[in-house]
Design a protein around this ligand. Sequence first.
Ligand SMILES: Cc1ncc(COP(=O)(O)O)c(C=O)c1O
Length: 373
Amino acid sequence: MKVAADAEKLRSEGVDVVDFGAGEPDFPTPDNIKQAAIRALDQNFTKYTNAGGTAELKKAICDRHTADFGTSYKPAECIVSVGGKHVIFNLTQALVNPGDEVVIPVPFWVTYKDVVNYAGGKCVFVNTDEENGFAVTAAMIEKVLTPKTRMIMINSPSNPSGAVVDRVEFEKILQLCIKRGIYLLTDECYCHFLYEGSPFSIASVPGAKDTVLVAGTMSKTYAMTGWRIGFALAPPPIIGAMAKLQSHSTSNPTSIAQKAAVEAMQGPQGSVKAMLAEYRKRRDFVVKRLREIPGVRCNEPKGAFYAYPDISTAFGKKGISNTMQFAERLLADAHVAVVPGEAFGTDRHIRLSYATSMQELERGLDRIHKFIA
Ligand SMILES: Cc1ncc(COP(=O)(O)O)c(C=O)c1O
């Protein structure tokens, strides 16, 4: 968000900025979804709904999850919130007490750390292996578990690294959680943007439902970031606790956005595949161009729409000694916005979002190449 604001400020001063900072699809929301919102307005569906979302949308979410992943959630195990971030916030506040430990693989999406801290919990970071694409394994996690571990947060595919947790490893992590009575929060924000194999939910494994907490969102899958609709699938007592919190803070997510989300869940799914095909082309291009820059190393992301190259080759030049300074100089000198890896817990990387046009990718990568070279 700060990168976006800095880039916007430069732009308002007339500077031609290439923005690789934004973590959101550049595609418009599919038309069938927009039409559903327009219909909702025409029908005056503009009043309060149930604080945890309409029965219609909860059912549509459960049905979609069943169709996509073979799970068997019922509306009583579902809550609709104001985006996936709100879901993760409420889940964490409902479950994490002061002193509880929450295991978070590195690199991590920035919000995890802050929501755990806000609940008074302690983040326990698990380093992953860059050589293995930053994918976390059960053995890495097992080493840091203690009697105080309350929850493990997994985001696969990952923002920022694009890492995908191997299915067998994911199941081993689940078994660790079941054995020790630890919750497994699976953030499925990018689950449909997977470049190899088919999308998978750990919630579909038999016996997972008491342990797994699904955090989902319409934001990326349906290019609906501004609509603010996310959902949790979890055991009813946890949904109940989240509903209490939500009922006294935000109340229901926007009524017309909920109607649009019903259409996203029930309507044609072709736009998701079309976006994935486009992201794949862009990923291949971005990785190739980054690897052509002398000294830059970049894993091939297995999912999501971010590249996470190691740019430490630039340290010691132009007064740059960390990723924050790199990002600041890149924006000031080359007018390209990226997010410094420090935000995600690593000290040699930057995150580039390739959810932008090929033309912008070409322009921005030319500039980054020149800047580093
Ligand atoms: C890993 C991850 N989880 C959850 C979210 C939440 O998105 P939203 O609040 O827009 O649903 C994001 C957004 O960037 C994300 O990157």
